[in-house]
Design a protein around this ligand. Structure first.
Ligand code: NDP
Length: 252
């Protein structure tokens, strides 16, 4: 099935990581006819990532999701360029493999700022356009660590931020349903990307796999397909939901 996002203007935050979930989503969305905007910290990297997806119907913009003015400027650039904003994928995120007693105030702010504050600011930046258009879809990238507590890569503050995203997502779904704007989340498990890449010894991998019913790590494309479902009309009657994309890890 192709063309699920035909001519839809889709912003993906944190999409410049070469092997990341956002980049995989950008490719898939492009294949489905979307106009894809990669919004990441560095303008050149965003542009390169967008060009790598396609020289046509893509755009790279600079956006620090922790900075409200930066989010608003990115949204305006997109709206000026394409006249609308249909989909926002809140995908930017960072991890810090710390334990509770090791987390400093600075650590806490860094991690919660990118995932949770970033989700709020970027959503606030696009929602006025979606309300005006009378429709849109927002998908938030939480994590299985919101449900189970931290894993080996994200710390407790990461779990807290990702759990906060689930609450914020539901609250926004309630508030904006009347405007035909759907807000949903995904809770990926252990996905092989730059956040996790290179850090998995065979021993750790074997240990992890015992907790994954599907007996494999995820890849970015697994999550991208979840984004596609929640961003497109395939999920037209779904809002305030969280889609588990973790091989069944959430059940442990
Ligand atoms: P990546 O590191 O590839 O992607 C994260 C991107 O976010 C990077 O390009 C990073 O840029 C960017 N970023 C960081 N801070 C900001 C900011 N302030 N504003 C805008 N962009 C920013 O990792 P993944 O693809 O693995 O992660 C994508 C999302 O999926 C994250 O939210 C992550 O928490 C979540 N997730 C990942 C899982 C996994 O196992 N990989 C599991 C569950 C959830 P830069 O590289 O320049 O810092």
């Amino acid at each position: 099935m192709k063309g699920l996002l035909e001519d839809k203007v889709c912003i993906i935050t944190g999409g410049a990581g070469p092997r990341g979930i956002g980049k995989a989503a950008a490719r898939l969305f492009h294949e489905h006819g979307a106009i894809v905007v990669i919004a990441d910290l560095d303008l050149e990297k965003s542009r390169e990532a967008a060009a790598d997806v396609s020289s046509e119907r893509t755009l790279g913009v600079v956006c620090d999701v922790t900075d409200k003015a930066s989010c608003e400027a990115a949204a305006k650039t997109v709206a000026d360029a394409f006249g609308r904003i249909d989909v926002l994928i809140n995908n930017a995120g960072i991890t810090q493999p710390l334990k509770t007693m090791e987390i400093t105030a600075e650590n806490y702010e860094q991690v919660t700022d990118v995932s949770l504050r970033g989700m709020l600011y970027m959503s606030q930046a696009v929602l006025p356009y979606m309300v005006e258009q009378k429709g849109g879809a927002i998908v938030n990238t939480s994590s299985v660590s919101a449900q189970r507590g931290g894993g080996i890569f994200g710390g407790p503050h990461y779990s807290a931020a990702k759990a906060g995203m689930l609450g914020l997502s539901k609250a926004m779904a309630r508030e904006f349903g009347v405007h035909n704007i759907r807000v949903n989340s995904v809770t990926p498990g252990l996905i092989q990307t730059d956040i996790t890449g290179g850090k998995l010894t065979d021993e750790i991998k074997t240990q992890i796999l015992t907790g994954i019913p599907l007996n494999r790590l995820g890849d970015a494309a697994d999550v991208a397909r979840g984004f596609l479902f929640l961003a497109s009309e395939l999920s037209s009657y779904t809002t305030g939901a969280a889609l588990d994309i973790n091989g069944g890890m959430h059940m442990y």
